[in-house]
Design a protein around this ligand. Structure first.
Ligand code: C2E
Ligand code: MG
Ligand code: MG
Ligand code: MG
Length: 289
């Protein structure tokens, strides 16, 4: 948008860029301070089994309110944290905190899959698998109840190295999901090569179903693709019952979205567990069709 507004006016464009750079440094500094001051929180969004309507998982989503900057959206600060490298530290905190919360819920008899977003820099960090292994060993959360959400862009960097790392994660027992599936640059070949358990249909495809015929076709195709490769499939961003019904009819396994609940704090999440009930056995093996 900056480019459009500043088209043909180099000075305007450049000054916008500088403001961008300045606020990036400011935000990076504020993030480091926020982590020290324990101002980051995790909210949890329920993941629902489409057939039973019961809860099967929770996606951990980071939240940050800065005393002077106000509520900061992950879409604003995660990309900055990725650029500055702070994401490695922040992502480590997110993983440990999600494991801690997942363990606490296990102890309380709330058996669900904890899904955690992982950034590229975090995933490709040398000791990523080792650190995770240590945190899981020290925790009573079964590795099989931790799911890592990876984006396609993670998978296409250093494919051979990535494959080794994914295998090591699967050896730990954790589950692997591809987030925002269908929006990245990757080829379908990696679905065959990589030990992935689940595809997450991106919200952009779910938004306009069933009216948008292309989106409906793409969503259906992803569901069928997942099942023919013995993968589970979850739809993101389900906001209304028409979308839910469409996905149910198309054979989708799970959904998350405002129709059920936005991401909420842990106490509110426990209330949702009470209201919705847990799926009897969040079965890690793929559904037989
Ligand atoms: P994502 O992983 O694809 O997460 C889904 C996003 O969609 C979340 O936004 C969630 O609040 C939002 N959402 C869920 N249901 C609906 C719905 O029905 N309608 C609409 N309009 N939106 C819905 P959020 O929390 O703002 O996070 C945005 C992105 O920031 C995430 O996308 C993820 O890529 C990133 N992110 C968030 N937390 C973390 C984190 O702890 N680590 C990393 N690496 N990335 C994170
Ligand atoms: Mg995600
Ligand atoms: Mg676990
Ligand atoms: Mg997503």
């Amino acid at each position: 948008h900056v480019k459009e507004r500043g088209r043909g006016d180099f000075r305007f464009y450049q000054s916008q860029m500088n403001v961008g750079l300045l606020s990036r440094m400011k935000i990076d500094h504020a993030m480091r301070e926020a982590l020290e001051e324990q101002r980051f929180r995790l909210f949890y969004q329920p993941q629902i089994d489409l057939y039973s309507g019961r809860l099967v998982g929770a996606e951990a989503l980071v939240r940050w309110t800065d005393p002077s900057l106000g509520v900061m959206a992950p879409s604003d600060f995660i990309s900055i944290a990725e650029e500055t490298g702070f994401i490695v530290t922040l992502g480590g905190w997110v993983l440990r905190e999600a494991i801690r919360q997942g363990e606490l819920w296990q102890i309380q008899g709330i058996d669900l899959t904890m899904s955690v977003n992982v950034s590229a820099a975090q995933f490709h960090q040398l000791n990523f698998v080792e650190s995770l292994a240590q945190w899981l060993t020290a925790s009573r959360l079964p590795a099989s109840r931790l799911e890592l959400e990876l984006t396609e862009s993670i998978l296409i960097q250093n494919v051979d190295e990535t494959l080794i790392r994914l295998d090591a994660l699967v050896d730990l027992g954790v589950r692997l999901a591809i987030d925002d599936f269908g929006t990245g640059y990757s080829s379908l070949a990696y679905l065959k090569r990589f030990p992935i358990h689940k595809l997450k249909i991106d919200r952009s495809f779910v938004q306009d179903i069933p009216d948008d015929e292309s989106d409906a076709a793409i969503s259906t195709a992803i569901i069928n693709l997942a099942h023919s490769l013995n993968l589970k499939v979850i739809a993101e961003g389900v906001e209304n019952d028409i979308q839910r019904r469409f996905l149910l009819d198309a054979g989708c396994d799970e959904f998350q979205g405002y129709l059920c609940s936005p991401p909420v704090d842990p106490d509110s999440f426990v209330q949702l567990v009470g209201a919705l009930g847990l799926s009897d056995a969040p079965d890690p093996s793929p559904r037989i069709l």
